[in-house]
Design a protein around this ligand. Structure first.
Ligand code: GLC
Length: 443
């Protein structure tokens, strides 16, 4: 990642662990994916029920009323879910801004919603002590100056909303239009920073131009000036503060701070897509992210009127119920044990003296931790009555610095539904043996 000289303080973000992503825009009134449904329209192999012509896509705006939009209710739900921050799509790839922007499409001018939706969101989240994040797509498939690179055969002006102009790698064929687009891009970002003072800017859509064409190095400095301390995700050609794996839990922790963004079903924008992930699966994903030092940003897709679909709300409440009991093992923690010491995820307190081991499957008796050199002061279950778990250390050779195996007895009766956190209080900061084993030369 390029220079991190101007990195802001990421403490709140690293401690938060759980955030809510909100995909909301004119696409919420229909049953078509956000932006991609017009972009992909007519492409070979494209499911016709998943796409629609550009004009029809944009016509959805006439039905975007946001009549029951109540961000205080959203904030209430997100807080109940145990989330610590929320990120709203202020402008997706379709170019429709959710605030009263000076130029191009805006829900204020171009939809019957007729009002700013971003300001009330930020206020409501803050009132519930949630940090605010604003999603913004750099690319804009409806801006007349955006596709300044055209494919051979395309004529200037036929590009809006059409994949035909998807720019090939290379330099813009019309520098003046690209310059104008960049001016507009900066203008919108300045509006977002100065009007709403977000804690986080969640960028997307940087892939159609090089970081040099976007002038991301310059943009990063501008953003820091407009909104000191703002955290930036890395979807600005890498000129950001944290990595954003998407839709699949990483098998190895990305370097530095990171956040997995994930849909509850298969769609970012369609709450009615029926293929929902289960609550146990989502709680497990949250635990696994925390175990590797990352956050989970879980998506909700409010309906066109602003209501959150009941099934999404139920999932959030169920996650909140688990976090209410087990949050100690998640919030504010850092990545736990490396692979090989414990069969499952684990987290570590910041002073490295408390280790939380997650038991995700039914224990059949004793469970084992290997390579731990510390003495254990106490072994309990988070959310339990404080009863000590029976434990023993087996084998090892302390005189040769080879730790034995710590066996813990975890009776089923003390387990928590969805995931049990075993809390080990260590006598000193975590001290692990990670070597490949060696011969003992003195007995
Ligand atoms: C992808 C998609 C976009 C979605 C985003 C969320 O970049 O283009 O539709 O909003 O992921 O991470």
């Amino acid at each position: 990642m390029p220079s991190t000289q101007t990195s802001p303080d990421l403490t709140w973000f690293s401690n938060a662990k759980f955030g809510i992503f909100v995909h909301w825009g004119i696409y919420a009134v229909g049953q078509y994916p956000e932006s991609w449904s017009f972009f992909n329209h007519g492409q070979p192999g494209q499911d016709p029920t998943d796409s629609l012509p550009y004009e029809d896509y944009m016509a959805q705006r006439h039905a975007f009323l946001a009549r029951r939009y109540d961000p205080a209710q959203w904030a209430e739900l997100f807080a109940e879910a145990g989330a610590r921050y929320a990120v709203l799509t202020t402008k997706h790839h379709d170019g429709m801004a959710l605030w009263d922007t000076a130029e191009h499409y805006s829900v204020v001018r171009d939809t019957p919603a007729g009002r700013d939706l971003v300001g009330p969101f930020c206020e409501a989240m803050r009132a519930k002590s949630l940090h605010t994040g604003l999603y913004y797509s750099h690319l804009d498939w409806t801006h007349p100056d955006y596709p300044s690179v055209t494919k051979p055969g395309a004529t200037l002006g036929d590009h809006v909303g059409h994949r035909f102009c998807y720019p090939p790698a290379g330099t813009p064929d019309n520098p003046a239009r690209w310059e104008n687009f960049l001016r507009f891009h900066r203008l919108q970002l300045r509006e977002l920073c100065e009007r709403y003072a977000p804690d986080l800017l969640w960028f997307d859509g940087d892939w159609e131009r090089t970081p040099e064409q976007w002038r991301f190095a310059e943009l990063r400095d501008q953003l820091r000036a407009w909104r000191p301390g703002v955290i930036l995700n890395s979807r600005m050609g890498g000129y950001g503060d944290y990595a954003t794996p998407e839709q699949g839990i990483p098998l190895r922790a990305p370097e530095g701070p990171w956040e997995l963004c994930l849909t509850m079903n298969r769609s970012w924008s369609m709450a009615t897509d029926p293929s929902y992930k289960t609550v146990p699966e989502l709680v497990r994903t949250l635990i696994e992210c925390a175990g590797m030092g990352g956050n989970l940003l879980l998506n909700v897709a409010p309906l066109g009127d602003g209501k959150i679909f009941y099934h999404q709300a139920d999932i959030l409440r169920a996650m909140g119920a688990w976090l209410k009991v087990n949050g100690e093992a998640i919030y504010g923690t850092r990545a736990g044990l490396p692979a090989g010491h414990w069969y499952g995820p684990s987290t570590l307190s910041q002073d490295r003296r408390t280790l939380y081991l997650f038991q995700l499957e039914r224990p059949w008796g004793e469970v084992a931790v290997k390579g731990l050199r510390n003495n254990i002061r106490s072994a309990t279950v988070v959310g339990g009555d404080g009863t000590q778990l029976a434990r023993r250390v087996s084998g090892g050779a302390s005189w040769a610095n080879i730790p034995g195996v710590l066996w813990l007895n975890v009776p089923e009766a003390v387990c928590q539904p969805l995931g049990t956190a075993i809390k080990l209080d260590l006598d000193s900061p975590l001290d692990l043996c990670t070597d490949k084993g060696h011969v003992i030369t003195q007995n």
